[in-house]
Design a protein around this ligand. Structure first.
Ligand SMILES: *Cc1c(COP(=O)(O)O)cnc(C)c1O
Length: 455
């Protein structure tokens, strides 16, 4: 086994190894073998990395003297098998739709451990969430407060709520699409406009609703922690005012998710345990400063929990050389399974799944879909690419499959998890039949089509 450059190690799953056979191994399996068995594109999750990341987050939380809870944000990557794994590890799940709530239920996650977020929860979703007994409803706006109270009354249920505050803090080190804490945002009850206070005030007169605590989530892919500190301080200042004015004392607090992870060697690296410990310390300090009881501290990581654990395996097809201009290396996936580069210029690093002596070339890795914007990596360094080569795109565990589509009627990829040489299929590849499952009055079998084999 050989070692990788330290720059690369930060982007690789913990168990990644260069085998003596020249292959890239993860979780005790050569990637080429997985590609052979399950086809490509293939998403591979290294369970050891997820486990180690959970442990790092927990180490940070352990520095908090009060109670703590780890809640995974489902939207980063959702599957029943993964949710089952999370439930066994004792995590709860953040959901933002009835679909996510349903999947969490299917995975057997105790409803008590579910947190229901979203800026426009539908009435039907609120009804569903109430019926299954979701642990915490996160109120995003005044309108929703009325809607939830009405549903709760209809169902005769008492509901625990958090108020999602908009603290008026703008993190500048992330893409505008990933900022949520500034006043001009669709998310949260602004403290500044008085909406947050109005929510506290109305809750008191709504019998079914009990304010358990406050929540903030100021953005995603954040490396600078200063905006968290500012947002925590504003939250507790507000909390103290609400105690003084209405006698409402928060028993719980969540600073959301948003911790950044490096996608390329140029990105900064956040020590997750240290970052969480800082947040914990600021919460403690703010509670102490305002003489509020130490709330139970929640953390809602999405990206930071799964991004580096996952990689995408693609097979190289057409290689188009335009002399003096660029070499396009087309792979068998692209924007249908990973829209992030096209959506907001996300950058990735690719590695060959087999290390060869071929000279390294600067190429552009593109997908197979009908958009010129279907570029996965504008500048990748790969050994002279040839049809059939396997390419691994690193740090693909978060917000790739979660945003995957059937554009061009692509079949969404299979997902496998690997651990100690064992392979678990978390999700099978979509089939042609899946693609027409919603069509009325037709099935592949009826029209006598021979399906191309799908692994
Ligand atoms: C998206 C989201 C998260 C997770 O954010 P990451 O950046 O993926 O860690 C946590 N909480 C809420 C409310 C969210 O919307």
């Amino acid at each position: 086994m050989h070692e990788f450059d330290t720059e690369l190690v930060r982007l690789l799953p913990d168990t990644a190894r260069k085998g003596a056979d020249g292959q890239l191994w993860v979780g005790g399996r050569p990637l080429a073998e997985l590609a052979e068995e399950f086809g490509t594109p293939l998403y591979v999750y290294d369970v050891a990395t997820i486990r180690a990341t959970c442990a790092a987050l927990r180490r940070g939380l352990a520095r908090y003297p009060g109670e703590v809870s780890l809640i995974y944000a489902a939207k980063a990557y959702a599957s029943v098998a993964f949710f089952q794994w999370l439930a066994r590890e004792g995590l709860g799940i953040d959901c933002v739709s009835d679909g996510e709530l349903f999947m969490a239920q299917c995975a057997g996650v105790p409803a008590e451990r579910l947190v229901f977020h979203g800026n426009n929860k539908l009435e039907s979703e609120l009804e569903f969430a109430l019926r299954i007994g979701v642990g915490r409803f996160v109120i995003d706006n005044l309108d929703e407060l009325e809607l939830l109270a009405a549903s709760a009354t209809r169902q005769g249920k008492a509901v625990s709520v958090w108020l999602r505050l908009n603290p008026g803090v703008e993190p500048h080190d992330t893409h505008a699409y990933r900022r949520t804490g500034q006043l001009d945002s669709k998310f949260g009850l602004p403290i500044e406009t008085g909406d947050a206070e109005r929510a506290v005030h109305s809750c008191r007169s709504l019998p079914g609703l009990r304010i358990l605590g406050y929540h903030i989530h100021i953005g995603s892919q954040l490396f600078d922690l200063a905006p968290y500190r500012e947002a925590i301080e504003r939250t507790f200042t507000f909390a103290a005012q609400m105690r003084d004015r209405y006698g409402i004392v928060p028993l719980e607090f969540s600073p959301g998710g948003g911790l950044g992870v490096p996608y390329t060697p140029n990105d900064p690296v956040l020590d997750l345990a240290e970052a969480v410990a800082m947040l914990a310390e600021w919460v403690q300090a703010a509670a102490r400063a305002w003489k509020l009881p130490l709330p139970r501290l929640f953390l809602e990581p999405g990206r930071s929990l799964v991004a580096r654990a996952g990689l995408a395996l693609y097979r190289v097809g057409a290689v188009k050389r335009i002399p003096g201009v660029r070499t396009y290396v087309a792979v068998d996936g692209g924007m249908a399974d990973n829209i992030r580069p096209a959506l907001y210029g996300a950058q990735y690093v690719a590695l060959p799944a087999r290390f060869t002596e071929r000279p390294v070339e600067r190429v552009t890795v593109v997908g197979k879909y009908c958009e010129s914007g279907d570029v996965l990596i504008r500048e990748a360094w790969l050994p002279t690419p040839q049809r059939g080569d396997l390419v691994a795109v690193l740090v693909a565990g978060a917000y790739c499959l979660a945003m995957a589509s059937n554009y061009n009627l692509a079949r969404r990829p299979a997902v496998v998890a690997v651990e100690d040489g064992r392979v678990m299929v978390w999700q099978r590849r979509e089939t042609l039949d899946d693609l027409i499952a919603r069509e009325i009055g037709v099935s592949g079998k009826e029209i006598g089509i021979e399906f191309p084999p799908c692994p």
